[in-house]
Structures are given as structure tokens and as C-alpha cells.
Design a protein around this ligand. Structure first.
Ligand SMILES: [Zn+2]
Length: 321
């Protein structure tokens, strides 16, 4: 019974060996082979359905990983947006109003990147929608950063200009404020020397003879010497930006015409030269040729110590000493 197959012959109830022809043998072989393949495919499909093929598993893992990366990216985008919005806020409510600059319009900061299909290259993927949304957000943030950067550049420029301007404007008291007499610009019923009603065009300080008088802003000395119109020995400084300041009735002058000086430099010593009833400093400010009330141009609540501390600080910064 080892080789070949046997069949029961019902006529004589004997087992008889069947000899298969070559063709039938091939057919049997083929059927056996086909059956094996069919079973394998069936098993394979069932296995994939329940556990997934190794390659698919890897892809799935990659997709999960990408989703994680995207959610991290999203958090980082949110953080960037918070930071940018903080910068924008200080831009809008602090720097620009203080420097009297226009606020940047919202439409300029956020022109909108949706609408037109700018990211066609991302079409046709499973996650096209999500990827486009990210690209739009990234573009928006990039634009906001660019606008903010440009804004800060112009703010810095303006601030530098202001700092320079501040240095030149006559913005401190020429002598210790405790010597201030009266309230600057006013109409005087009786002039102390002429005895007639007259406008007083400056701020007087009752300083003792020989007190140091300081330049109230940086600038160029445009006039020194004796003024026969009543101011006596005087120094006039041109500060630029339309401002001039003058220091009158001095006993001596410490600068010369054409000198460029810094705020806090000594321009002269006080006295009583010219039309004066006693030692004092007459300090005057003009803006485009019109007298200004000097009281608006300095802080008059400094103590003596604070005032000299300020002068000292200014002197140490001066390049001219
Ligand atoms: Zn005066």
C-alpha cells in the first residue's frame, strides 16, 4: 500500500490498485498546491484583519508619532502667539502712545492667509486639511513676527531721536530750585527797578552773588557778554528744536561764543549786572522766539541734595570736562 492508490471493486469486493495516468497525477499535484495556497491566503488575511501586517503596523506607528509631533507643534505655536500678542500689547498701549506714534492697524498685522488655496502642494494627502491649517497658522505667526520686528525697529529709532532731543531741551533748573522767586512768566504791577508795570519774561532765582549757574540743556553758546538792554552779563544757548535759553545778570561768564556745551556745564557765576535791584539770576526760555514759562521746563520739587546729585551725574557724563 506504499505506492499508488487503491480502490474497492464492488464487483468482487477486492481492493485494486489504480494506476494514475501522467495527466491525472499532474492534476492532483496542482489541486494539492492550489489548496495549500488558498489556505495560506485565507489564514494571512484573517491574521492581518486581527493584528495588521508588520509594515502597516509601522506606518500606523509613524502616523501616531506624527500626530503627537503635530500636537506638540500646536502647543508651541500657541505659546509663540501668546508671546507675540504680549509684545503687540506693549507696542499698542505703551511704546507707541508714549512716543506719539500711530498704532499699527490690525489688518496689517493679520492680513489673513486663508481663502485662496495658497498651499495647493499639500492637496491629495489624507491629512491635507490639517497640514494646510498648520501652514496657514505658521504663515500668520511669521507675518506677525515680521511686523513686530519692523515696529520695534521704528520705535527704537524714534526713542533714540527722543533721547537725543531730551538731552538738548532746556529741562532742568539752572540753579538750585530752593532759590526760586515767584512764578516765572507774569505781569508785574511794579518793576523793582523802573517802578512801572511790566511783563516779566522769565524765572528769577534769589541766588547769592557768585553761585554757579548750569546749562539747562545741551547746545551751542550763541551769545556771551554784556547786554546793554538791561540783562547785564548774559549767556544765550541755542538748543536746537527751536529752543534758546538765557542766563542773565551774571557776575562772570565761563563759556565763549561758539562753544558746544552739555546740560549741567557751568555757564557763569550769578551776580547783579544790568538792570537789577540785587543779586539774582534771571533765567529765560524762548521757543521759536516766543518766551515760554520756564516753570514748565523743570522739576521744582527736588531737594538741594537731589539737585546737586543730578548736576554731579550730568557732569560725570559730560565729554567736555
Ligand atoms: Zn527776572
Amino acid at each position: 500500500m506504499q505506492n499508488g492508490k487503491y480502490i474497492l471493486d464492488l464487483n468482487d469486493l477486492q481492493y485494486k490498485r489504480i494506476i494514475l495516468s501522467g495527466r491525472r497525477r499532474s492534476l492532483h499535484l496542482f489541486l494539492w498546491f492550489a489548496g495549500t495556497v488558498a489556505v495560506s491566503v485565507l489564514y494571512g488575511t484573517l491574521f492581518e484583519r486581527s493584528f495588521g501586517a508588520p509594515k502597516e503596523q509601522r506606518l500606523e506607528q509613524e502616523v501616531e508619532n506624527m500626530k503627537l509631533q503635530f500636537s506638540l507643534l500646536e502647543r508651541r505655536l500657541d505659546n509663540s502667539l501668546t508671546v507675540i500678542n504680549g509684545l503687540k500689547l506693549s507696542d499698542d498701549i505703551r511704546y507707541r502712545p508714549v512716543l506719539r506714534m500711530d498704532i499699527i492697524p490690525e489688518s496689517f498685522r493679520n492680513p489673513g492667509f486663508g481663502g485662496v488655496d495658497r498651499f495647493r502642494d499639500l492637496n491629495g494627502y489624507i491629512n491635507s486639511g490639517m497640514m494646510k491649517e498648520y501652514r496657514i497658522r505658521v504663515e500668520e505667526i511669521r507675518n506677525m513676527v515680521n511686523v513686530q520686528e519692523e515696529s520695534f525697529r521704528s520705535i527704537k529709532e524714534k526713542a533714540t531721536e527722543w533721547i537725543r532731543e531730551m538731552e538738548y531741551l532746556p529741562m532742568i533748573s539752572p540753579v538750585n530750585v530752593m532759590y526760586r522767586r515767584g512764578d516765572g512768566l507774569k505781569f508785574r504791577e511794579v518793576h523793582p527797578v523802573y517802578g512801572t508795570p511790566q511783563w516779566h519774561h522769565g524765572q528769577d532765582f534769589n541766588v547769592p552773588y557768585g553761585t554757579e549757574v548750569f546749562a539747562t540743556g545741551s547746545g551751542k553758546v550763541i551769545e556771551t557778554g554784556y547786554n546793554s538792554g538791561g540783562f547785564g552779563n548774559r549767556v544765550v544757548i541755542d538748543h536746537g528744536y527751536g529752543f534758546q535759553s538765557s542766563y542773565n545778570h551774571l557776575s562772570s561768564i565761563k563759556v565763549s561764543e561758539g562753544m558746544v556745551i552739555k546740560r549741567g556745564d557751568v555757564v557763569g557765576l550769578s551776580g547783579s549786572s544790568g538792570t537789577s535791584s540785587g543779586p539774582h539770576l534771571h533765567y529765560q526760555i524762548e521757543l521759536y522766539g516766543r518766551v515760554e514759562n520756564p516753570l514748565y521746563y523743570f522739576n521744582d520739587d527736588l531737594t538741594e541734595d537731589e539737585y546737586f546729585e543730578m548736576i554731579q551725574t550730568l557732569s560725570s557724563k559730560s565729554k567736555f570736562r
